[in-house]
Design a protein around this ligand. Sequence first.
Ligand code: T46
Length: 135
Amino acid sequence: MEIKKYTFLPHGDERGQLVVVEENKDIPFDVKRVYYIYDTLADVTRGFHAHKCLEQVLICVHGSCKIHLDNGFETEEVLLDKPYEGLYISNDMWREMYDFSSDAVLLVLASQYYDEADYIRNYDEFLKFVRSKNS
Ligand code: T46
Protein backbone atom coordinates (compact mmCIF):
# COMPACT_ATOMS: atom_id res chain seq x y z
CA MET A 1 0.00 0.00 0.00
CA GLU A 2 1.32 3.44 -0.86
CA ILE A 3 1.51 5.65 2.24
CA LYS A 4 1.32 9.38 1.56
CA LYS A 5 3.29 11.32 4.16
CA TYR A 6 4.15 15.00 3.94
CA THR A 7 7.22 16.53 5.54
CA PHE A 8 6.56 20.18 6.32
CA LEU A 9 9.56 22.47 6.49
CA PRO A 10 10.10 23.71 10.06
CA HIS A 11 11.15 27.36 10.22
CA GLY A 12 13.68 26.87 12.96
CA ASP A 13 15.81 29.54 14.56
CA GLU A 14 17.34 30.21 17.97
CA ARG A 15 13.81 30.71 19.39
CA GLY A 16 12.53 27.27 18.39
CA GLN A 17 10.45 25.80 15.57
CA LEU A 18 7.44 26.98 13.59
CA VAL A 19 5.63 24.75 11.10
CA VAL A 20 3.23 26.05 8.45
CA VAL A 21 0.59 24.04 6.58
CA GLU A 22 -1.24 25.87 3.77
CA GLU A 23 -4.33 24.43 2.11
CA ASN A 24 -3.90 23.36 -1.51
CA LYS A 25 -0.16 23.97 -1.26
CA ASP A 26 1.26 21.75 1.46
CA ILE A 27 -1.78 19.46 1.50
CA PRO A 28 -4.10 18.66 -1.41
CA PHE A 29 -7.44 20.09 -0.22
CA ASP A 30 -9.27 23.09 1.28
CA VAL A 31 -9.29 22.84 5.08
CA LYS A 32 -12.89 23.16 6.31
CA ARG A 33 -12.32 21.80 9.81
CA VAL A 34 -9.57 21.31 12.37
CA TYR A 35 -9.83 19.08 15.43
CA TYR A 36 -7.38 17.50 17.84
CA ILE A 37 -7.25 14.52 20.13
CA TYR A 38 -5.35 14.50 23.44
CA ASP A 39 -5.38 12.89 26.91
CA THR A 40 -5.93 9.53 25.22
CA LEU A 41 -5.39 6.58 27.53
CA ALA A 42 -2.57 4.15 26.65
CA ASP A 43 -4.81 1.15 25.93
CA VAL A 44 -7.40 3.05 23.89
CA THR A 45 -7.99 2.51 20.17
CA ARG A 46 -10.04 5.14 18.33
CA GLY A 47 -11.44 5.33 14.82
CA PHE A 48 -12.80 2.01 13.47
CA HIS A 49 -14.35 3.64 10.43
CA ALA A 50 -13.79 4.96 6.92
CA HIS A 51 -15.46 7.89 5.14
CA LYS A 52 -17.49 8.23 1.96
CA CYS A 53 -15.86 11.55 0.92
CA LEU A 54 -13.69 13.05 3.67
CA GLU A 55 -9.95 13.52 3.15
CA GLN A 56 -7.71 14.27 6.11
CA VAL A 57 -4.13 14.93 7.16
CA LEU A 58 -3.08 13.74 10.61
CA ILE A 59 -0.18 15.41 12.41
CA CYS A 60 1.00 14.21 15.80
CA VAL A 61 2.13 17.64 16.98
CA HIS A 62 3.30 16.27 20.34
CA GLY A 63 4.17 12.75 21.51
CA SER A 64 3.42 9.76 19.32
CA CYS A 65 0.71 7.38 18.19
CA LYS A 66 0.21 4.66 15.60
CA ILE A 67 -2.31 4.51 12.79
CA HIS A 68 -3.60 1.25 11.34
CA LEU A 69 -4.66 1.76 7.71
CA ASP A 70 -6.71 -0.72 5.71
CA ASN A 71 -7.73 -0.10 2.08
CA GLY A 72 -9.80 -3.28 1.89
CA PHE A 73 -6.99 -5.20 0.23
CA GLU A 74 -3.88 -4.41 2.29
CA THR A 75 -3.10 -3.06 5.73
CA GLU A 76 -0.26 -0.92 7.04
CA GLU A 77 0.83 0.46 10.40
CA VAL A 78 2.18 4.01 10.45
CA LEU A 79 4.02 5.61 13.37
CA LEU A 80 3.44 9.33 13.81
CA ASP A 81 6.03 10.88 16.10
CA LYS A 82 7.22 14.02 14.35
CA PRO A 83 5.44 17.39 14.65
CA TYR A 84 6.49 18.33 11.10
CA GLU A 85 5.11 15.20 9.44
CA GLY A 86 1.55 14.74 8.11
CA LEU A 87 -0.17 11.51 7.13
CA TYR A 88 -2.71 11.82 4.33
CA ILE A 89 -5.75 9.55 4.71
CA SER A 90 -8.15 9.31 1.80
CA ASN A 91 -11.87 8.75 2.37
CA ASP A 92 -11.92 5.09 1.43
CA MET A 93 -9.44 3.97 4.06
CA TRP A 94 -10.41 2.16 7.26
CA ARG A 95 -8.44 3.75 10.12
CA GLU A 96 -7.70 2.94 13.74
CA MET A 97 -5.51 5.07 16.01
CA TYR A 98 -3.77 3.48 19.00
CA ASP A 99 -0.59 3.36 21.14
CA PHE A 100 -0.99 7.01 22.08
CA SER A 101 1.82 8.26 24.32
CA SER A 102 0.43 10.02 27.40
CA ASP A 103 1.55 13.39 25.99
CA ALA A 104 0.22 12.78 22.45
CA VAL A 105 -1.69 15.52 20.67
CA LEU A 106 -3.06 14.39 17.32
CA LEU A 107 -4.07 17.31 15.10
CA VAL A 108 -6.36 16.60 12.16
CA LEU A 109 -6.95 18.83 9.11
CA ALA A 110 -10.17 17.83 7.37
CA SER A 111 -11.55 18.62 3.91
CA GLN A 112 -15.24 18.71 4.95
CA TYR A 113 -17.43 19.89 7.81
CA TYR A 114 -18.45 17.26 10.33
CA ASP A 115 -21.14 15.00 8.90
CA GLU A 116 -22.08 11.75 10.63
CA ALA A 117 -23.67 10.56 7.36
CA ASP A 118 -20.21 10.49 5.76
CA TYR A 119 -18.95 7.79 8.17
CA ILE A 120 -18.79 4.09 7.26
CA ARG A 121 -18.66 2.43 10.67
CA ASN A 122 -19.42 -1.14 9.63
CA TYR A 123 -16.38 -3.08 8.35
CA ASP A 124 -18.38 -5.29 5.95
CA GLU A 125 -20.06 -2.21 4.50
CA PHE A 126 -16.59 -0.67 4.08
CA LEU A 127 -15.37 -3.75 2.17
CA LYS A 128 -18.40 -3.55 -0.13
CA PHE A 129 -17.76 0.19 -0.65
CA VAL A 130 -14.10 -0.20 -1.69
CA ARG A 131 -14.57 -3.40 -3.66
CA SER A 132 -17.45 -1.98 -5.70
CA LYS A 133 -15.21 0.97 -6.63
CA ASN A 134 -12.41 -1.36 -7.68
CA SER A 135 -14.39 -3.91 -9.69
C1 T46 B 1 -11.29 10.28 11.86
C2 T46 B 1 -10.36 10.06 13.00
C3 T46 B 1 -8.92 10.24 12.61
C4 T46 B 1 -17.82 16.20 16.42
O1 T46 B 1 -18.83 16.66 16.99
N1 T46 B 1 -17.24 16.92 15.40
C5 T46 B 1 -16.11 16.48 14.78
O2 T46 B 1 -15.61 17.18 13.87
C6 T46 B 1 -15.54 15.23 15.18
C7 T46 B 1 -14.27 14.71 14.49
C8 T46 B 1 -16.13 14.54 16.19
N2 T46 B 1 -17.25 15.03 16.81
C9 T46 B 1 -17.85 14.28 17.91
C10 T46 B 1 -18.52 12.97 17.50
C11 T46 B 1 -18.29 12.09 18.71
O3 T46 B 1 -19.33 12.29 19.64
O4 T46 B 1 -16.79 13.91 18.82
C12 T46 B 1 -16.99 12.61 19.33
C13 T46 B 1 -15.80 11.72 19.06
O5 T46 B 1 -15.69 11.46 17.65
P1 T46 B 1 -15.26 10.03 17.06
O6 T46 B 1 -15.72 8.95 17.94
O7 T46 B 1 -15.69 9.99 15.63
O8 T46 B 1 -13.66 10.15 17.14
P2 T46 B 1 -12.55 9.17 16.54
O9 T46 B 1 -11.29 9.54 17.22
O10 T46 B 1 -12.97 7.76 16.58
O11 T46 B 1 -12.45 9.58 14.97
C14 T46 B 1 -12.02 10.87 14.59
C15 T46 B 1 -12.88 11.42 13.45
O12 T46 B 1 -14.26 11.36 13.84
C16 T46 B 1 -12.69 10.65 12.16
O13 T46 B 1 -13.27 11.35 11.08
O14 T46 B 1 -10.96 9.98 10.73
O15 T46 B 1 -10.66 10.85 14.17
